[in-house]
Design a protein around this ligand. Sequence first.
Ligand code: NAD
Length: 536
Amino acid sequence: MSHRILVTDDIDREGVALLRAVPAFEVDELATLPPAELLERIDQYDAIIGRSATRITEPLLRRATRLKVVGRAGVGVDNIAMDVATELGIAVINAPAGNTVAVAELFFGGVISLLRHLTRADSSMHAGRWERSELLGTELRGKTLGIVGLGRIGGEVSHRAHAFGMEVHAYDPYVSEERFAALRVRGAPTLDALLAVAQVLTVHVPLTDETTGMIGTRALAHLRGGAVVVNMARGGIVDDDALRAALDTGHVAGAVLDVYLREPLVGDHPFRGHANVVLTPHIGASSAEAQHNVAVDACEAVRDALLHGDLSRTLNGALAGEDAVTLAPALLLARRAAAVARALLAERGATAIESVTLKTGDDLTASAGALMAAAAAGTLEGVVESDRLNLINARALATARGLVLAHGAGGFAPHSRAVEVRLVAGAQSMRVGGVAALDMPPRLTRIGDFHVDVAPRGTLLVLTNHDVPGVIGRVGTALAEAGVNIAEYHQARLAAGGDALAVVTIDGVPPAHVRGTLTALRDVRSATVVKFGGDA
Ligand code: NAD
């Protein structure tokens, strides 16, 4: 199947070349398009790759009926309507690692510029002057660096700070003590504790509800007097007005800013012309190496998502960070177990599913999120528009329909790769489960109270009958007369002469009348036909 990809925002050539090398891809490379023009064209594309200049808005995504992947050559995705992409099952992929060093190096460039008055020295020299006495600076050695956010960039900054002889402290409640220790960074228990010691304060956190305005009037008041504030993360993390006020009183000695609340910075911004502020126009990632790295990373990830369904790099997918190959059998099992449970409930007239409970063996517990998405997808199959139902949007679609998704305790043997899905619809419930061993296709091993053993593939027929002689023969004959070839047949019962259940997998799609043919047979009480849909 061929895919059409729009590459925009002047992505590095090597990334584009990587896409053009795939025969199944048709690649259009266009300069940043005005929003109206992009809106006109977007429905022709399976993927779009750009940088921050192209805004991926809700109206754009809703218009993009073919779109499967949005690739961002860079880290920030605040230009992408992420919730809408998730709702629509569109994968959003970024390239978070490629520009880390570029930002970390700029950090030192900016801070040293400020502390050694490089920008003033340079403009005064170019203006024909020789002014040494006004350019007395301060050193980094022996100063305390306070890093808020010890992620990729915070970590790289800490390495380089040690080389300058700085003492490094950081506040990041979401990283482990091991990371602090490995980076030789002293952990601050609270933001205020960091503010109390930092002489250079720098933020390297994402812009979230929690970090918006994090360095505002209150925080700046707690900051050690005479400190320098750096924001190379996102505008709005440091509050502009509060920073300006603290600079004016001299409580904050200087600032280095690369990012702003509204970009580009136009007109008379309060920081323009301020002697103690170094301003750069969001160039943290603007190194040739970084642009190359992020373009190649983003294009590779989009290529793999389109060609191989690899969603391990998506930001909004249930598979983010998962090894898609190892998990594939379990995902297939969860999705198909849910589809079987739903079909069996529907056979009994219970169609309005209220809850989906997933149980997993302990070897799969860490992947419960992805497996839950697969179970939700199986529950919704055939109920929602199928080409838009995938592991990215399944949980959101299920929750939006009022389904309660829960993960229950397993109760399986240790090191088990068992999966069980239980659906509840009104007074009725149905559990279907199986095992997804690593080295073989998954097997269904339980339907309701019955132990079975079949592969959930092709089309599955589930029959309930009285445990009396002759039923298997009659079913076999009826299927043969209907031209249906049986792949596997598993007969199960709870007690001799009581209720029995047969699971039959057949090759291909059975004729439409097969269910009626089977239920008309003597001693067969019900027949449920499950045609398995989309891959997990
Ligand atoms: P990252 O995800 O690797 O690290 C972010 C860190 O922030 C994580 O360790 C996380 O635990 C921590 N964090 C999150 N919320 C926090 C909170 N409330 N308090 C304390 N810590 C918190 O991200 P990164 O790649 O290091 O990027 C950091 C920032 O730099 C992002 O905002 C990114 O958009 C920005 N960035 C800017 C440029 C630029 O051109 N100026 C380029 C690249 C990245």
